[in-house]
Design a protein around this ligand. Structure first.
Ligand SMILES: NCc1[nH]cc(CCC(=O)O)c1CC(=O)O
Length: 332
């Protein structure tokens, strides 16, 4: 579509920028707390919170405080939280068995939130890294991250999360075939209503560094994740992955990281028109927060501008550590 334009001075773009009212009338993208999913880090204990040094303002919380956070999010109009467990090193094994324990941190937190704040949508992470002695998202055999055996483990993990009451499962592991396998198991296991938001276009990114600190995976990780996460140079491959995941039964797709990959968000939305999300990841948070805290950027405006950009790029929602802060600003 090419709008028809009279030559200057008949056309003056500044006419519609002159007042807040005129600007509001022609504004295309919008941002609201309903667009946010708030990622939360869960730790053990009671009344415990500790800071994540590389993500100032972000904390790991024990389950009682996770419930408080979910209540706060609900009050702010944030529809969903996404849980990531900080697992005790003693529970990490090469077989990753803790991942499908009904009583693991993530599943216990899911039950606690659904009990206390039933309207809060709970999303969980399906990947083995928090439970893996090797720090990888899949099972490692002789130095290789083995695909099909990992998928079997991920299916067990997904079923345990569904039993705990998760509304949305987020497979973030990037193994091939996991969406179809999880979808089949959910259907046959009586969990046909559980949604899947696939981490579809997940890139092998340096921007996940602070997250790995937050979940205690940095020390454990041997090597990198380039044999399963995408090459940051690729774009067409993202579209092939979206098509694959949709055919396997994903309800929503995600692009990750966010801000350096807005071109991918736009291509995905334009090509498929499905619910499309972006993850503004830990490194993006750290980068922006660092600049805010130094006074190098105006935090309030830059935060909302960065989040609005996802909506302009076609995203239906954003996973963001800024969720409660941004929701408060939008409410003000
Ligand atoms: N399955 C791991 C997982 N799930 C979400 C993130 C990153 C989130 C962030 O950086 O905020 C990662 C890190 C990784 O792939 O190493």
């Amino acid at each position: 579509m090419r709008p028809i334009q009279a030559p200057f001075p008949a056309t003056r773009f500044r006419r519609l920028r002159r007042t807040p009212g005129l600007r509001a009338m022609v504004r295309q993208a919008s941002l609201s707390p309903a667009d946010f999913i708030w990622p939360l880090f869960v730790r053990d204990g009671k009344g415990e919170r500790d800071a994540v040094p590389s993500m100032p303002g972000v904390e790991r919380r024990s389950i009682d405080l996770i419930v408080e956070a979910a209540r706060e999010a609900h009050g702010l109009g944030i529809p969903a939280v996404c849980l990531f467990p900080y697992t005790d090193a003693a529970l990490k094994t090469e077989g990753c068995e803790e991942a499908w324990s009904d009583g693991n941190l993530s599943n216990t937190a899911t039950r606690a939130i659904k009990d206390a704040v039933p309207d809060m949508t709970v999303m969980t992470d399906v990947a083995l890294d928090p439970y893996n002695a090797n720090g990888h998202d899949g099972i490692v055999r002789d130095g290789i991250i083995v695909n099909d055996e990992s998928v079997e483990a991920l299916v067990k993990m997904a079923l345990a999360q569904a039993r705990a009451g998760a509304d949305i499962l987020g497979p973030s592991d990037m193994m091939d075939g996991r969406i179809g396998a999880i979808r089949d198991a959910l259907e046959t296991g009586g969990h046909g209503d559980v949604a899947i938001m696939s981490y579809t276009a997940k890139y092998a990114s340096a921007f996940y560094g602070p997250f790995r600190d937050a979940v205690g995976a940095s020390g454990a990780l041997k090597g990198d994740k380039k044999t399963y996460q995408m090459d940051p140079a690729n774009s067409d491959e993202a579209l092939r992955l979206v098509e694959r995941d949709l055919r396997e039964g994903a309800d929503m797709v995600m692009v990750k990281p966010g801000m350096p990959y807005l071109d991918i968000c736009r291509r995905v939305k334009d090509s498929f028109g499905v619910p499309t999300f972006a993850y503004q990841v830990s490194g993006e948070y750290a980068m922006l927060r660092g600049a805010f805290d130094h006074g190098w950027l105006d935090g309030e405006t830059a935060m909302l501008e960065a989040l609005l950009a996802f909506r302009r790029a076609g995203c239906d929602g954003i996973l963001t550590y800024f969720a409660p802060e941004a929701a408060r600003l939008l409410d003000a």
